[in-house]
Each structure stands twice: as C-alpha cells, then as structure tokens.
Design a protein around this ligand. Structure first.
Ligand code: PGA
Length: 245
C-alpha cells in the first residue's frame, strides 16, 4: 500500500504575509494518512520553511535550474534549494512547458540536477485537449516519460504527476475512469523501465482536483495522491482533500 501524497502548487500567488498565513493554516495537517507538500514561489520558500519546520509538512519549489551554478541570470539551482531546507521540486509543469518553452531535454537535465542535490522531483506529464481529441494522449505521455526521466530516477526520488493540460485551472476534472486509465498506463510503462520497483512510484493526479471530486479520483488503484493548484490556496480545501484519503 503506497502512502498517498497531497502536494499544493501555489504557482505565482500570494504576498509573503499571505504565504505565511497559509503555511500556518496547513501546519496542523494530519500526516498519518497522507504526506503533504506545499510548493510556494521561490521568494516565499524561506518564510514557509520557518513556519513548517518540524511539522511533517514538506516544502517544495516549483522549478529549478538545469545547471549547477554560474552565469544563468534569474535562475535558482537545486543546490540552493537543498541548502535552505527544501525537499521537493516540481519539474516540467505544463505552464513551464508552455510559457517558458521547456522541452523534455531541459526537464531531464533539471530532474538530474534535483537528484544530484538530494531533492525529490515531482515530474509533470500530460496531454493537451487537441492531443486527447486526436487519441494521442498515451503517446504524448510516453514520450514525456521516456525523454524527461534521467537515469538517476528511482521510486524514492521521483514522483510522477499526470496533469492533463485541459484540466488545469479550468474546473474540468478528468473523470476518475479516464485518469485511472492513464495512471494504469504510466504504471505499466514504469514496469518496463524499472521492473519490480515500478509498484512503489507515487503517481499523482492534477487538474482541478478539489474536496468534492478528490475521493473518487483517489479511490482509483494507481492514483496515489494529488497535485493541487487552485484548491491549495485555501488551507481548509487543501486539507480536506487529504482528509478523504
Ligand atoms: P489546478 O492546478 O488544481 O488549479 O487545476 C493544478 C496544477 O497545475 O498543478
């Protein structure tokens, strides 16, 4: 039985004071049934770490650089994140792929950096509406997995998040059946690459997950948690999602 993981992606939201308040709100999370991770903007990581240190709620970043250090203006390295106490990092979110032109090759380098510096990578994959309509969703996800996961990946240092692009921030959640089919597909693909270890990978669903639909999604065999955007910006809705596990 895989322990569920409920991760919050705060995206580019919240002032420092708001981030601190939200961190206090989630600090009492009951981590006996599920692990919790919150991913604030870089600028608020330190503040949130101070609130959540010792609570059992982990803190992640939303991205890291593909390089060790040096002349990469504006970038933040995995080593810097590790140094301040961050444990997780989201990599390859569809918003990074779309707005920042991130390719699977860049994502693979970033995931390798995360592992090199002892971070757990939450690697996002998922198809667009047009790709699903064309029946290409599994082909797209397979390519993202094959090209985005470096040799350093293990079931302990990597979490896979299936986030259909058409479901992110739209209110259009994938049905539990459709999400379940993709999660089963991902598990089978992982078996081909990682053999017996495949069963231990945590596969999160993301895309308009909220308290009202979380129970049905999390009941699917291969959905081991959620990556939550909008509903993670309120402590009560974020914790309520974990509460249905
Ligand atoms: P959403 O975002 O829950 O607001 O759809 C999910 C995500 O982008 O990780």
């Amino acid at each position: 039985m895989i322990k569920k993981c409920i991760a919050g992606n705060w995206k580019m939201n919240l002032t420092r004071a708001e981030a601190e308040t939200l961190a206090r709100g989630v600090s009492g999370a009951d981590t006996s049934g599920a692990d919790y991770v919150v991913c604030p903007p870089f600028l608020h990581l330190d503040t949130v770490l101070q609130v959540l240190g010792g609570t059992g709620v982990s803190v992640g970043a939303q991205d890291c650089a593909a390089y060790d250090n040096g002349a990469y203006t504006g970038a933040v390295s995995a080593a810097m994140l590790k140094d301040i106490g961050v444990s997780h990092v989201i990599i390859g979110h569809s918003e990074r792929r779309t707005h920042f032109n991130e390719t699977d090759e860049m994502i693979r380098q970033k995931v390798a950096q995360a592992h090199k510096h002892g971070l757990v990578a939450i690697v996002c994959v998922g198809e667009t509406d047009a790709q699903r309509t064309a029946g290409e969703e599994q082909k797209i996800v397979e390519t993202q997995l094959r090209d985005g996961l470096p040799d350093s990946v293990t079931c302990d240092n990597t979490i896979i998040a299936y986030e259909p692009v058409w479901a992110i921030g739209t209110g259009n959640t994938a049905t539990p059946e459709d999400a379940g089919i993709m999660h089963d597909f991902i598990r089978t693909w992982l078996e081909g690459r990682f053999g017996d270890d495949a069963v231990a990978f945590r596969l999160l669903y993301g895309g308009s997950m909220k308290p009202g639909n979380a129970a049905d999604l999390l009941a699917m065999t291969n959905i081991n948690g959620g990556l939550i955007g909008g509903a993670s910006l309120k402590a009560d809705s974020f914790l309520a999602i974990g509460g249905v596990v």
